[in-house]
Write a protein that binds this ligand. Sequence first.
Ligand code: SAM
Ligand code: SF4
Length: 330
Amino acid sequence: MQTLKDSFGRTFPYIRLSITDVCNFKCGYCLPNGYQIDKSDNRKFLHLEEVRRLAKALSELGVNKIRLTGGEPTVRKDFFDIIKTIKENSGIKKTVITTNGYHLDKIANQIKESGLDGINISIDSLNRETFKIITGHDRLDEILRGIKVLQSLNFKNIKINAVLLKGINDSENDFNQWSNFIQVNKIDFRYIELMQTGDNLDYFKKYHISATKFTDYLNKNNWIIQTFGRDAGPAKNYLNPKFEGKFGVIAPYSKDFCKNCNRLRITAKGDLRLCLFGNTGINIRHLMQKDEQLDELKDLILKQLNFKKESHYLELGETGLTKNLSTTGG
Ligand code: SAM
Ligand code: SF4
């Protein structure tokens, strides 16, 4: 079997595939004015058959994990068909999603039945008002209800992510709320440091805060850093035997963040992005049109990897092509 490997020796068993740019939320750091159609780009989002061919190619290139993201992936009417078509590849051992969790209470049963291997839910605050301010939606309750349904169905791999925002969700009280939550729930909770994108410079300047504010809290409260496994990606996890869940931190501005990079991204319109922030990436969709193009598609992806850079150079203020993370899936 072939393997995706770059010129720095990193391998890429993990793909984040965006299946739509559309999102119904208005998170201040991502789509503060809600989703707007890009009038300069009238390409449609990848359709099911294209996803089927892409997943087959990726599976044959040694990819074993695909994360569906967006936009909000669950807004797609054929969302569960997409999961099914990806899971038809025996090489893809894990199909997972990142979602804002809206209507989770309604689709939790279908999620369980689909055989999905994991779900990351973005919840920026456990405080209803704060949640509403950040996302523009008063939907915290339905998300939490959805989690309860998943738990009652014995759905195993649930994680929650929040973007750490200065003065909004970074108080000791916020941290304690999450601590109480994971004390009794077998759910991992991670703070992501706010990232600067092409669109959010003012927001970034106002709300970015280093994740050390949270790691200081963890150290003070006897959380022990876990030496992480190969597949773990960029999160640093913290353990405490008295708690059901783990804490984690994703700090893209930290030194060496890119060293352990194991993922590539494909946008909802079929652009291969070598880095969330890299300004290198090309469209590979024209090779998803017929089953006979499988080898060509695999070759193109393999060749593109030679262009992957060593680091995102975010600390230098380079945001690459990324206007906001709704097109690349975060
Ligand atoms: N809509 C889904 C959701 O919110 O989970 C999936 C797509 S969203 C772009 C994926 C993740 O990226 C979310 O956890 C979101 O909080 C995160 N994100 C978006 N913009 C970000 C930014 N500027 N900095 C850090 N994380 C960001
Ligand atoms: Fe939508 Fe996710 Fe962006 Fe929030 S972070 S606006 S939920 S795509």
